[in-house]
Design a protein around this ligand. Structure first.
Ligand code: FES
Length: 106
């Protein structure tokens, strides 16, 4: 498979994002949950580290998303699971240019 390292991939227009809602995008076979938090775009792997729940379908409160399966609380800015639970979700660097949102693979 072609490597994405060093690439900037367009995923959506900024206008498509809404606070408190997440959008799922697919990059290749990778499902990614995208969030708009306090005007900033954050992207994390769309699989909960607990049992793979789809985080793009979770409730969003501030900078946290609550997994729709068992309610784990995850910080969308750094991917870290909160509270007594442990784990981390892969995060992706994002940038917004001319109203377009990109993922940057470093
Ligand atoms: S799969 Fe997300 S909390 Fe269980």
């Amino acid at each position: 498979m072609e490597t994405l390292q060093g690439k900037k991939i367009y995923i959506m227009d900024y206008d498509e994002l809404e606070p408190h809602l997440s959008k799922e995008v697919l990059v290749g076979e990778q499902s990614i949950a995208v969030f708009l938090t306090e005007g900033e775009v954050h992207a994390i792997e769309n699989n909960c580290p607990h049992k793979g729940g789809p985080l793009s379908q979770g409730l969003v409160s501030g900078k946290y998303v609550f997994c729709p399966l068992h309610d784990w609380k995850i910080d969308v800015t750094d991917g870290v699971v909160q509270g007594a639970d442990e784990g981390c979700v892969k995060t992706f660097e994002t940038t917004v240019e001319d109203g377009a949102v990109y993922l940057i693979y470093s």
